[in-house]
Design a protein around this ligand. Structure first.
Ligand code: KIV
Ligand code: ZN
Length: 564
């Protein structure tokens, strides 16, 4: 690695004394064109069969893509037949335009015209490579040479299109100077202008000029400069729709598309999840959802993203990575304690204050907008904090563990994660909660009890508790009075064979277990040394749950001492 870099030629940015695009904003969606069934398809290890292509086509239609490049019909019988199936079997809605790609070569152009017969709306997309490098090493020609290839093809296409248009087909043209990013910008503008002339383009009959980073070779800002410069240089700019076709070789495809949109790109050719040659085409989902999270309607529907991912993975046999923006398995999951804490506070704040806007730390988008509301936002491993386990107990099982108790339970969970060396599933966290608190029923057990409540002339309540307890093998009776069930019970056990505890606090709420409603009580006591201890009790009876909680706290202290 020390020497190798010297053999690479750095990209030479075009001089731009003034550029306007950095001050612009993205305020509307581009025209979207999916190239999943062409660029995406040609890059698959296992190409799709007709059924798979059809399923992906219909998924793109459902998402709301109105321009879909469906293949290279002159390249093979399979591609040709797929296009015929789409047209002949009526798969194409009236508001969707089929785009077909062809090289700028006469016999392929003829075959492509045969393939589109009967379609309602077609974009006839032709291309030839114009870059300095390809002129040198592939075509052995100059700018005039590649311009001639493009113009000859444009003239032929224009001529062949006239009867087709006259017969009622809505046919438009698209030209791609392939490897545009590596073409001298003045030459690219000259070639494209000649193509516009040959296609008789005007403001009413615009031609799509598709400007690819066939291989991404520079920083996104340099590409935006190229686009802005190209548009300035293009004679009769109003005759063209400027389309972008970024690939992702430097991993900057999305940024390239976004900055080039600022620079004047009006249309984007992209694929779902960035499938495509090598590192892929630019990812349509990310660009669309980036617009969405800036308050711009992307005019595409990704509200059922998991379903779209499933179709995509099944049809293409590709895998979506767990960190892929918006769709990856882990992208809405926080493991870190401080992140979990902030998310849970954000969720709480939103519950309490409402508000028009989405403002949750660490979550740039509401997962529910993508149909991902049932996925765990908080997952627990050894990096997680005290709030995380409480969040899981709340979200998954409906237990509102009081703040004061959360550090203790968080510690119990953390010890377990370190032991396990991996993530703990929500069910395991629940088991730990149950084992630690609810199942702490030894050595003290309440065998039977009665409460007698009297209300005096001043409406004050007096409760008398009478109960039988067991401590290991010893059974004994207790009696106590107080202003409520907890007070009476606490007074009853005070000074018995149990240690001396002070009651600090309790909280109680209902939880639904199947059709049953149960009360869960969280008890906070202090022992004789002033140490906080917690217990949890569950019962159908709301008076009994706290008593079980008190015994749980006392038993846990006893167990802790005797297990040392
Ligand atoms: O990447 C590219 O340049 C292409 C063209 C054929 C548009 O796919
Ligand atoms: Zn491409």
């Amino acid at each position: 690695m020390k020497q190798g870099f010297e053999k690479y030629i750095p990209f030479a940015p075009i001089p731009r004394p003034k550029r306007a695009w950095p001050d612009k904003r993205l305020e509307k969606a581009p025209v979207w064109c999916s190239v999943d069934l062409r660029d995406g398809h040609q890059a698959l290890v296992d190409p799709m069969n007709v059924e798979e292509k059809l399923e992906l086509f219909h998924t793109l239609v459902d998402i709301g893509v109105k321009e879909i490049e469906v293949g290279f019909p002159s390249a093979s019988e399979v591609e040709y037949d797929f296009l015929r199936t789409l047209i002949d079997d009526g798969h194409v809605p009236d508001d969707v335009t089929l785009q077909v790609l062809v090289q700028a070569r006469p016999h392929l152009i003829k075959r492509t015209f045969e393939a589109i017969e009967g379609a309602k709306h077609v974009i006839f997309h032709f291309y030839n490579s114009t870059s300095t490098l390809q002129r040198k090493v592939v075509f052995h020609t100059d700018v005039e040479g590649v311009k001639k290839i493009a113009v000859d093809a444009a003239e032929m296409i224009y001529e062949m299109a006239q009867p087709v248009i006259a017969s009622g087909m809505d046919l438009r043209y698209e030209y791609s100077p392939e490897s545009f990013m590596g073409t001298e910008m003045d030459a690219a503008a000259e070639i494209c202008a000649a193509v516009l002339d040959a296609l008789h383009a005007d403001a009413e009959h615009k031609v799509i000029l598709n400007l690819p980073t066939t291989v991404e070779n520079c920083l996104p800002n340099y590409f935006a400069d190229e686009i802005e410069y190209f548009i300035e240089k293009l004679p009769g700019r109003e005759r063209a729709i400027i389309s972008l076709h970024p690939h992702n070789d430097r991993g900057e495809g999305v940024a390239t598309a976004e900055l080039a949109m600022l620079a004047g790109g009006e249309r984007v050719e992209a694929t779902l999840f960035g499938n495509g040659e090598r590192t892929g085409n630019v990812d349509m989902v990310t660009i669309a959802m980036n617009l969405y999270t800036q308050g711009v309607d992307p005019e595409l529907d990704f509200s059922h993203i998991n379903h779209i991912r499933d179709v995509y993975e099944r049809c293409t046999k590709m895998k979506v990575g767990p960190r892929q923006p918006y769709v990856g398995e882990l992208v809405f999951t926080a493991f870190s304690g401080s992140h979990q804490d902030a998310i849970s506070k954000g969720v709480q704040f939103a519950k309490e204050h409402g508000g028009e806007y989405w403002e949750i730390p660490y979550l740039p988008i509401d997962p529910a907008d993508l149909g991902r509301e049932y996925e765990p936002i908080v997952r627990i491993n050894s990096q997680s904090g005290k709030g995380g386990a409480a969040f899981v107990m709340q979200q998954n099982f409906g237990y509102d563990i009081p703040k004061a108790m959360q550090p203790e339970f968080g510690h119990i969970v953390q010890v377990e994660t370190e032991k396990a060396g991996t993530e703990l599933a929500p069910q395991r966290i629940f088991e730990l909660f149950k084992e630690s608190y609810i199942d702490a029923i030894f050595p003290y057990q309440l065998l039977k009890h009665t409460f007698v409540e009297t209300v005096d002339a001043e409406a004050k309540s007096h409760v008398r508790f009478t109960g039988t307890l067991r401590h290991t093998d010893t059974v004994f009776d207790v009696v106590g009075e107080g202003n409520g069930p907890i007070d009476a019970f606490f007074n009853a056990i005070h000074g018995q064979k149990m240690d001396r505890f002070t009651f600090v606090d309790y909280a109680e709420h209902a939880i639904n277990k199947g059709s049953d409603s149960m009360a869960v009580a969280y008890i906070h006591l202090k022992d004789a040394d002033g140490k906080d201890i917690f217990g949890v009790g569950i019962d159908h009876n709301i008076n009994l749950a706290p008593l079980r909680g008190i015994l749980s706290a006392i038993n846990r202290t006893w167990l802790a001492r005797h297990q040392k």
